[in-house]
Structure formats: C-alpha cells, structure tokens
Design a binder for this molecule. Structure first.
Ligand code: 5AD
Ligand code: SF4
Length: 450
C-alpha cells in the first residue's frame, strides 16, 4: 500500500510577495507534502509572516500562542515560522514559543526540504542566512483551472526608506534572469493562464546586475509579445525610478493593464526627504501628468503613511493636497509604525498616537470621496472584465476586475469564471462597481431578434 502523503498547511500574512512565497514553499515541498486547507490535519504547519508594521508582527505572535493546544494534541506536528518576522527575530522566536520547531528567514525557503527533515528528528532550528543568489527552480506546474498568476521577478530592496524594514529582512536587491521569467509565463499561458502580475519590491530597477542587462520595460515587452497573454500587471513601483520609457509602455503594449500602483507615502517635501524617498511632490505629480498624457485611461493607486516622525499639521495638509492633485483612484493608508533597525524609529519627534488616528481618519474620508468620484466616472461605460469568482456580498452574482483594477459585480452565467467578458457599469459604490453583463455580440443580437 502507498503511504498517505503528508499534509502541509500554510498560513500567510502580508503582501502579494508573501502570497507568492507561500506558493513557492508549497512547490518546493511538493515531493513530500500535499497542501491541505484544514490546519487540524496538518503534519507540517508553516506561518509565513509580515514585519512591515508592529500590528502585523503582533498577529503572528498571537497566532503562534494559539497553536499550543494543537501541538499538544499532535506532538508529531512540525511547526515552522518563515518570512519577514522570522528573519527579524530569529532565535528569539524559539525562546518566545517553546512549541516551535523551525524558524526560517526570507531565503530559507530554498532550503526548506532539508530544514523540515532535520526538524522532524526533534532538532529545533533557525536558518536566517541572507544570500544574494536566487536559485532557479524546476518549472512550476500550472493547473489548468488557474487563470491568474503572480511571478516574482526580483527580491530584496536597496532603497532604505527610513521607515521601512524590508531591506533588513529581505536583503539586497537581486533580479531573476529574464529568460527564466519568460519561460515561466509562457508555460502558464500554455496551460490556459490569462493574467500575470509581476512582483518585486521595486520592479523599476529590475535588471541591475544581470549578465545580460535588460530594463524592466524590455522585460514587459518580451512578455507582451507572448501570444495568448491577456493581462499583464506589476507591483511595486518606486516613483523615483519610474522611467519615461515605462510611462510610454502604457497604452502601447496591448496586454499591459492601464493601472499603476505608485506609492507616494507623503505630500510634504520635508517629510519625503526625511523618508529618503528621492523625489519631491512636484516631481511625483509631473510623472502622474506624463502618465495621464501617455494613457488617458490610466488608474492610479498609492500607499500613504500618516504621522511619520516630525509630521506637522501643515505637512499632513500637503499630503491631502497631493491626493487631490493626483486624483488617486485607490489608496492604502497606514499610521507610521516604528520598526526595528530603521532610521526613523530613532527620530526624536515621534507623533502621538491620537494625532495619527485623527489624520488617518481624515485622509481616508478624502480618499473615499476620490474613489467614489472615480467610480462615478465609469458609470454608463462598457468595459472588459476578467471574472474572478463570486461576489462577496451576494454569492449569486459574479465578481471580476476591470483592466483599471476596480472590482465589478454583476449577474451572469457561472461558466464565465476565469473568462474575459464585457459589462456596462451601472452603479458606483465606495469599494466596488455594479455592472450589467453584455453577452458576446452574436448572443446579444439573437436576443434582440427574439
Ligand atoms: N509604518 C507604516 N507603514 C509602513 N509601510 C512601510 N513601512 C511602514 C511603517 N514602518 C507602508 C508603506 C509601504 C507599504 C507596503 O507599507 O506605505 O508602501
Ligand atoms: Fe521599503 Fe522603500 Fe524598499 Fe519600498 S522602496 S521596500 S518602502 S525600502
């Protein structure tokens, strides 16, 4: 009799990069472990962690604590913590959680099979080595029902924004070879894939240090040339490194979606300088203007931090002014959270929590207005949608995304799941749109004749 395969459960916190890393963990462990959606059944339980703000780190620690009873019931369970908190805390995590078997950092993923084998003998291990190279892995297997994929094109960051822990926990920037990326995307399309999101902390600096120097725009061009790729997206861009070449790729490369996530962080030059961002508000807005000129349909999203050390009421008002001037379609906003090792954590003029909370509320109220305006402008228009699943609120409806990244819910046949179709936007809501399905031309003319 074949021995039942051991089961792997992964809990993921944080950004898309972590979601992609969790997939990589499952891929690397696939010869020995099969993924299970039920944590109770797991033989190996991995937590992929995020250290970007203190809150995300606290969530990890509280989950770890809550797993004590499971480990008591199943002493053979191997419990591992990976990712950014693991990288940051290392040995300290083993001391914090005596039921923990394994701590592996952001690059320990590649060494997981060996680490897990050793942990299964009872050894308690920490592997937080940060090496430069990214080993290229065997081709990923794409299942035929998969229509969206994230492809990591680079790891790490060299920017050292003064608030950010990423360069410390993910190490220096390193790009993957372009051919490996092209092959991975081609295999995905051949298996029926439609949409690819390229991932990296700062994709605009892709290509530095490669044996064959390739710019990010050239990589996009090579992917766009692959027949069958319907939608191409990427995250995240750094405004300083956003080239004119890339700006002009929007509206030119057919698969490249008209949406850019361009984190601005703040609107006052004084604060941007203290953040070490390398651009002024005017320079940022000049790039926004160029983008809108190159591609009038462009949707823009951003990240914003309120209450960075030294931020005054006047500085904060400049953030609101910049938001209005840029006309962001969507924004992710955060209260500044001091992180270990970062320069800003040691700045003397920390902003009180109450002021951060109050500013965040004002900022979010403004963004809600801007988002609703941008949604309202879409009403009456017919747009392409990639159907991603059921609507969250009403499961009898379908839910998808426009090329410009807004969520749209509409009634239509379930067979549309994973397909590109067309909708007319009928209603604008704060977080989504409502639409009416436009059946393909032949069907709609037949219906009209009926
Ligand atoms: N505090 C608050 N927000 C942060 N971000 C990064 N570091 C911090 C921090 N220390 C935000 C930035 C970044 C996003 C991913 O998280 O806005 O773009
Ligand atoms: Fe962090 Fe700045 Fe690098 Fe983005 S660019 S990951 S904010 S250090």
């Amino acid at each position: 009799m074949v021995e039942a395969q051991r089961k792997l459960y992964i809990r993921t916190f944080g950004c898309q990069m972590n979601v992609a890393d969790s997939e990589l963990m499952a891929q690397i462990l696939a010869p020995e472990y099969v993924l299970t959606p039920a944590s109770e059944d797991a033989d190996l339980y991995l937590i992929n962690t995020c250290a970007i703000r203190r809150k995300s780190e606290e969530k990890v620690k509280s989950l770890l604590g809550s797993l004590r009873p499971l480990k008591r019931r199943r002493p053979q369970l191997i419990l591992g913590v990976g990712g950014c908190v693991a990288q940051q805390e290392g040995e300290r995590l083993l001391a914090f959680a005596p039921h923990l078997n394994l701590v592996f950092g952001t690059q320990g993923i590649y060494r997981l099979p060996d680490l897990v084998r050793r942990a299964s003998t009872g050894e308690r291990l920490v592997d937080v080595a940060l090496k430069r190279e990214i080993p290229d892995l065997p081709q990923r297997h794409w299942s035929s029902d998969r229509f969206q994929a994230m492809v990591t094109i680079m790891r790490g960051c060299n920017n050292f924004c003064t608030f950010c822990v990423v360069p410390y926990v993910r190490g220096r920037e390193h790009s993957r070879e372009p051919q490996a990326i092209v092959n991975e995307v081609a295999a995905f399309i051949n298996a029926g894939g439609k949409e690819v999101t390229l991932l990296g902390q700062n994709v605009n600096s892709y290509g530095r240090g490669l044996s064959e120097p390739v710019t990010f725009t050239e990589l996009l061009q090579r992917l766009d040339d692959l027949p069958g790729l319907q939608r191409l997206r990427f995250a995240t861009s750094h405004p300083r490194d956003l080239s004119t070449e890339l700006i002009h790729a929007f509206g030119q490369l057919p698969a490249l979606c008209e949406h850019l996530h361009l984190p601005v962080q703040a609107g006052a030059d004084r604060i941007l300088k203290r953040m070490n961002r390398g651009y002024t508000a005017a320079e940022y807005l000049a790039k926004v203007a160029m983008l809108r000129q190159a591609c009038p349909d462009m949707a823009l999203s951003t990240d914003l931090i309120v209450g960075f050390p030294g931020e005054t009421e006047a500085d904060f008002n400049q953030t609101l002014d910049l938001m209005r001037a840029a006309g962001f379609d969507q924004a992710f906003s955060f209260k500044y959270s001091p992180r270990p090792q970062t320069r800003a954590a040691a700045f003397p003029d920390q902003v009180p929590e109450a002021a951060k909370t109050e500013r965040l509320m004002r900022l979010q109220a403004l963004q809600n207005e801007l988002t609703l305006n941008s949604h309202a402008r879409l009403v009456g228009q017919e747009r392409e949608v990639l159907v991603e699943g059921q609507s969250k609120r009403s499961p009898e409806e379908l839910s998808g995304r426009l090329r410009t990244n807004q969520v749209v819910n509409f009634s239509g046949p379930r067979e549309l799941l994973g397909c590109l179709t067309r909708v007319t936007i009928t209603e604008a809501h704060p977080h989504s749109l409502k639409g009416r399905w436009v059946p393909p031309a032949s069907t709609s003319s037949m219906q009209e004749e009926d």
